[in-house]
Design a protein around this ligand. Structure first.
Ligand code: FAD
Length: 485
């Protein structure tokens, strides 16, 4: 038998367990799905392969992309509406984002914020000035996707949208603790140390259950209404990465747990599910905070700039890895030099741009020409080539000149996969012909969500929870379709 191969229901004499809705995986998407299905009146069983819920969600920074006028945005006098959020995400999450999902994501964002608060996730009515990363304090609102930089500031009215639950520093564990507590207040049951690796189908192809493995042996679980796959992505499956997303195979930091092994996707593929954008990935480099460091100039191995340095770090990371082969240097002069939050220090220091160009083995004249052009415009306070915001444009002409190592050998390139099962906003898993597989739903990084290729920090937790909830509601509403009570 091939791993993940589906099992025919006719081969099962007796089920070990039964539920209306079976949720596979207990990260943010699984927790949201289980809470929603349970509150809709379904009997829910969650199967989690680890010894407790949390998944990658619990290791995350906890930034949740929410907007359109949340209570925190209003308290911080941030003007936002679902249309501006939609315009930004359509531009930033492309090319080719799923418009229907982004529409629902934006229209229901305030409601998701309210749902989180009403389920015990607190948010301080405050913002934090440094963008890009979770605040070290318990403050809430930050820019997290380059909304206020080029080119997005001209596409949509910039607004900070990443909301961090009220805990200092990374808040993923805090978020999951609150979600698991909310789940505990429902009637849903959680079975831990239960790794699901097969779906069970009836003669019509409807998914009617799963097979899980526990230390004591196999557990056959019948799902009367539906199975929801929320088992994470595939960054920890080297074969899948090599096959579908080879451009991130060289990323040197896996953003995920060992359980992000693509099992949810493979199980669904075995029953005919389609996948979308399997090459898509978030790749981030920790160039800032502090944002001030973007006064420097980021160049490739040919001494040439390729992006505005104040762009979203995830966009810089993607471009640096995919298009520049992970061979980049961030250059500062004596006036702008500082060590950033992750202690990146100048690896090479020289007294002139010529000497730095030589030391970094760049083609003769390349870096010198780049710096001459950059400084000429910077003296007029502008960057007409890559449109870095004017407040961060300053001539770099005070020696010595230093180069921060942004190569794959010297800098973190943190990646996770964004591609996955093709689903509707309601969570139904689709075949290649566009028809829905009866009884099968999915959400979170097991699916392709809001981010088709581009990304903004906070989108993953937010789309995991929103589409998890919608999948939970869908499966609960079909709970008698499988033939049970
Ligand atoms: C350091 C770090 C910082 C991050 N910061 C942010 C951030 O600030 N904002 C943001 O939006 N995203 C962030 N991310 C990304 C984000 O955490 C993930 O993309 C997101 O949590 C995925 O949620 P999920 O519910 O789909 O998967 P997970 O949270 O990984 O949950 C999947 C669950 O399924 C279980 N599972 C897997 N296979 C099986 C199986 N076969 N049977 C049973 N159970 C199974 C796993 O054990 C796991 O518990 C960050 C990630 C990291 C690592």
């Amino acid at each position: 038998m091939r791993a993940y191969e589906a099992l025919a229901a006719s081969s099962i004499d007796a089920w070990d367990r039964e539920a209306d809705v079976v949720v596979v995986g207990l990260g943010c998407a699984g927790a949201a799905a289980a809470i929603e299905a349970s509150e809709a009146g379904a009997r829910v069983l969650v199967l989690e392969r680890a010894s407790g819920g949390g998944g990658t969600s619990a290791n995350s920074g906890g930034l949740i992309y929410l907007g359109g006028g949340t209570a925190v945005q209003k308290a911080c006098d941030v003007e936002d509406d679902p249309e501006e959020m939609f315009r930004f995400l359509m531009a930033a999450c492309g090319p080719g984002p799923d418009e229907a999902k982004i529409r629902v994501f934006c229209d229901r964002s305030v409601e998701l914020f309210d749902w989180l608060e009403s389920h015990g996730v607190p948010f301080k009515r405050s913002s934090y000035p440094e963008p890009g990363k979770e605040p070290p304090t318990d403050d809430c609102l930050v820019f997290s996707g380059g909304e206020d930089g080029w080119p997005y500031a001209s596409v949509a009215k910039p607004a900070p949208r990443a909301h961090k639950p009220q805990a200092p520093g990374a808040a993923g564990a805090f978020l999951m603790q609150k979600l698991l507590a909310a789940l505990g207040r429902t009637d849903a049951e959680v079975l831990e140390d239960a790794r699901v690796d097969r779906l069970v189908c009836d003669a019509e192809g409807r998914v009617v259950g799963v097979v899980a493995h526990r230390v004591e042996g196999e557990v056959r679980v019948r799902a009367r209404g539906g199975v929801i796959l929320t088992a994470g992505g595939f960054i920890s499956n080297p074969e899948m990465v090599a096959r579908y997303a080879p451009q991130i195979a060289r990323a040197n930091w896996r953003v995920g747990t060992d359980n992000d092994d693509g099992g949810g996707i493979l199980m669904a593929q075995a029953v005919g599910a389609d996948t979308v954008r399997m090459d898509a990935a978030s790749v981030t480099i920790p160039l800032y905070p502090p944002k001030r460091i973007c006064r420097g100039v980021l160049v490739n191995a040919h001494g040439q700039r390729f992006i505005n340095e104040d762009a979203y770090a995830g966009l810089i990371g993607q471009r640096a890895l995919r298009e520049q082969g992970g061979r980049c240097w961030h250059l500062l002069d004596a006036e702008t030099y500082e060590v950033n939050e992750v202690d990146m220090q100048a690896k090479v220091v020289e007294d002139s741009w010529e000497d730095l160009e030589r030391a970094l083995e760049m083609p003769e004249g390349s870096l010198v020409a780049t710096m001459e052009l950059y400084n000429r415009h910077a003296r007029a306070g502008r960057d007409p080539v890559f449109h870095k915001r004017e407040s961060l444009v300053t001539p770099l002409d005070t020696p010595p000149f230093g180069a921060l190592d942004v190569t794959l050998g010297g800098c973190v390139y943190a990646a996770f996969t964004l591609g996955g099962l093709r689903t509707t906003p309601a969570g139904e898993v689709l075949r290649t012909d566009g028809s829905a597989i009866a009884g099968l739903y999915a959400a979170g990084r097991t699916t392709s969500g809001v981010a088709a290729d581009g990304y903004a920090s906070g989108v993953s937790l937010a789309d995991g929870m929103l589409f998890g909830r919608l999948a939970g509601a869908s499966a609960a509403s079909h709970r008698s379709a499988g033939g049970g009570s």
